[in-house]
Design a protein around this ligand. Structure first.
Ligand SMILES: [Ca+2]
Ligand SMILES: [Ca+2]
Length: 275
């Protein structure tokens, strides 16, 4: 009897945090503070460690009609900014993602993640708002910045040398410039991401349950091989996954977009494994 109650509680909890059609992605960064300005800038010093992690909900609606800009309320489902040397540990729940692709004079890519923290303080004052901005003003091959290539909520790590944490308290606004790199996902994490993608596609009705189970079992085999330190077997299972996706697409059980998403997840895992 005692076993069933936690299972039910878990099912209810996951139904609340992961509604059907949810497609979440998390990206984490580690870096250092490079400079600061604004109300409480004196608390910060170059070289302080900073970590930033956000989770986005990619199915959030764009409320900005402009084709190069996006405003996604509820597009942010979690944001955490930690600067241990200053005691900053800002935690935002639901918030907004804003994007600008080749905008602001046609020469910048910008992505903002912002919301009202549920926890965190700066210099003893509660944080009233926290934001992380990634900006790219460097012209890429086509003359435009390449940090993002559409107004869509980005799920890939944002690569730039221009990023800011913006912290708001009753003292005012403080800008903390930082330089960070995204944490590289391990093969095991990428295999878990693949399983989550399959589950998302089942939840969205783009894969039937049986198809989802067949594809999930391949990722599960990859994961078991990774855990056993057997890369050759992991790559073999990944090959079987590719074959199955190809067969499903050929027989029109899945559309090209779904096949492409599945291949992208498998290719990222294959690259990490060195298959
Ligand atoms: Ca738009
Ligand atoms: Ca761009």
């Amino acid at each position: 009897m005692s076993r069933r109650i936690p299972l039910l509680a878990l099912a209810l909890a996951s139904a609340i945090v992961a509604p059907a059609y949810a497609e979440e992605a998390t990206v984490s960064y580690q870096g250092v503070v490079t400079s600061s300005s604004g109300a409480q800038a004196a608390l910060f010093a170059a070289g302080q460690e900073i970590s930033v992690s956000y989770t986005v909900e990619t199915t959030a609606a764009d409320t900005d009609p402009h084709p190069g800009n996006g405003v996604f309320h509820g597009g942010l489902v979690a944001l955490r900014i930690s600067i241990p040397a200053v005691g900053v540990d800002a935690q935002v729940g639901t918030g907004t993602v804003q994007t600008f692709d080749n905008e602001v004079g046609g020469n910048s890519d910008q992505v903002f993640f912002a919301g009202i923290p549920t926890a965190g303080s700066l210099g003893g004052l509660p944080l009233t708002r926290a934001e992380v901005d990634f900006l790219d003003f460097d012209a890429g091959p086509g003359g435009f910045p390449i940090m993002i290539d559409s107004q869509d909520i980005p799920t890939h790590p944002l690569v730039t040398d221009d990023s800011f944490a913006i912290l708001y308290t009753s003292a005012g606004t403080t800008f903390v410039r930082f330089l960070a790199e995204a944490d590289e996902a391990t093969p095991a994490e990428l295999a878990e991401d693949g399983r989550e993608l399959v589950q998302d596609l089942v939840d969205d009705g783009r894969l039937r349950r049986g198809q989802g189970a067949a594809l999930d079992s391949k990722f599960a085999s990859v994961l078991a091989a990774i855990d056993a330190g057997d890369t050759a077997t992991a790559c073999g299972s990944l090959g079987a996954f590719h074959n199955q996706v190809n067969a499903m697409q050929r027989s029109r059980q899945i559309d090209a977009a779904t096949a492409a998403e599945l291949r992208e997840a498998a290719d990222a895992l294959g690259d990490a494994l060195g298959c």
